[in-house]
Write a protein that binds this ligand. Sequence first.
Ligand code: FAD
Length: 317
Amino acid sequence: MKISEYIEQADKPLFSFEILPPLKGQSLKDLCEGIEPLMEFKPPFVDVTYHREEFIYKKHPNGLLEKVSTKKRPGTVGICAAIMNRFKIDAVPHLLCGGFTKEETENALIDLNFIGVQNILALRGDAPKSENKFVPEPNGHAFTKDLVLQIVGMNKGKYLHEETETGFHTDFCVGVAGYPEKHFEAPSMKFDLKHLKEKVDAGAEYIVTQMFFDNQKYFDFVKKVRELGIKVPIIPGIKPITTLGQITMLPRTFYLDLPDALMDDLEKCKTNADVKDVGVEWAIHQSKELIANGVPVLHYYTMSKAEATYRIAKEVF
Ligand code: FAD
């Protein structure tokens, strides 16, 4: 079923979460067993992230370095099929502009349609780690709006290089990302929101936010988005902090602030277990306040470690 339909039909806030494909060479079994306990909270859908290629340098015996492209976490499409098959819930693959030509995007969408995927989170992706600027593939999409237009076009039977629309069309529900603390490349919030509106005008049916730790930032974001006339559901993304390393890694990687009250508690922590307790408590508080303010879905970034999310969901759902 489509996420827009789940939300329309729900009489209470829904629980959902995001997982990462396992590192190359690791099995899917551990991931599936890990998330199994979360099925108790009846998630209608689970997001599966997509990880583009990275470039590494391989040293040859003669001392020369060879630049090779590798994917550390392949398998998004296969995991979606496995999740739908095993848990009988919808899987939402993330689909990127980066690393894809339009032709490859079309082929990926055909595969996703054939395995029964009905929802796609459309994203631009970032530059590979070794590069500092996002560059689209030749004949790829530079911005997510254009990826949304391609998906929506296929929903109308429009395929590349076909003169006329074909009889067979897909029926994907498309989501896009929103940033309560602004996307890091956008020079201003107003600029970022203008382009968010373009994604929705292109056909996106819901927005999932980047993680945030201060609910007021989400509330302010929603207010500004609504003032622009954007009506689609805005799903808040929640991440429980679970390790000492994340205290500096999350702000650096995702361009966000940790509130003073949260930092006051985190600064007292000596171990990862202490941090996890604080992070879980904070996320429970965030979740309850968001539910009290009428959010349609709470979407948790598990980073494929389900235990903290389980503790939160047990208190909240
Ligand atoms: P866009 O909407 O294309 O925007 C990118 C930037 O360009 C913004 O600053 C925007 O303001 C600006 N912009 C947009 N249109 C224009 C225009 N016409 N002219 C000038 N500027 C413009 N990354 C992954 O690699 N894999 C994942 O699975 C993944 N999942 C994610 C899930 C969520 C919920 C979120 C919030 C992010 C996720 N990301 C993922 C990260 C995402 O790919 C990056 O944040 C990326 O830098 C931006 O993606 P976007 O879709 O928001 O881009």
